[in-house]
Design a binder for this molecule. Sequence first.
Ligand SMILES: [Zn+2]
Length: 346
Amino acid sequence: MHMVAGVDLGGTAINYTLVNGREQFLIEGLCEYPARSKEGPEVCLRQIEDGLKIAVEKAGIPMADVVVVGLDTPGPASADGVLSAEGSTNFVHPSWAGFDIRGALSKRLGKPVTYLNDGNAGALWGHFAIFGANNRQTSISAIIGTGLGGGVIIEGNVVKGRKGFGGELGHVLIPYQSIPGTGGLKPECNCGRTGDLESMCSLTAIEQTLLPFFLARYSGHELGKMGDIHQAAKLVRGFAERGDPMCQEIFRVQARALGVFFDEMVNTFDPDALIVGGGAVETTEAFQRWFIQEIRAGMPPQREEQADIPVHVMPNGDTAGARGAAIEALKFARQNHLGHLSASEV
Ligand SMILES: [Zn+2]
């Protein structure tokens, strides 16, 4: 049976999935292999190939049945999968600069390879989980992790942009001064902007801005006594879930920032759905519900037709990249009539 593969190349591990024409994923949970990206492209590409062989064997299908491979990696990279000449934290070996990772993998495997950055792959997975692969819907996904990634899907297609920076939602400026309880806050992002979404809504925002800001207002707080802001920042979500007032306040501010941002997106795209994912919402259902309520509370009043826009939590956070990459590969296979993968053929 023909299928496509999704390959999510992360900082230290590669995660795989397989999907068939019925849009069923053949690998449940994580299927990981070491990335060894610090050792350069030659070693890393071999790792990708070796890991894919293992994944395919596990699923009990011959490699020849995989007609397209979808790859996603952290950026920055061009829309076509050429890594930035400036390098990045995940691709530190000098040979990665300006490397065409999509083209090189395609040559190595002897199969077409599609490319998405990891934020856009996650966004496509979230979109697919709600609407399926054959759809003309529009959605905006924000994925809250160390930074803030995400993507814009318009009528079923990922907006990659001219240089591959489409859907860099973390660096969109928001009117953060309108969020109650943040007077005097100066949220600076690593990108050089002040007051973009990532500077208000990410683990980095908690560590660099929100936690120091609120610790100054909650003197004697347990997290302040730790003396290690990096470790303390990682504990904020757990504290918030258990009802700690300061940490709930930090999550409320993040949710409100997201609400202000989503409002900008609603007025730009009038989307069918807003989707939130990432570590920040990998929590209890009760906490997710509260967080979404606070997002809505952060949105200025909508006109009547837009007020009921659904806000979803993205499922399967760990495998989102690989699954999104696989969906992009499936779309490519169908558009180019590669293999038997249309819903009517399987
Ligand atoms: Zn930024």
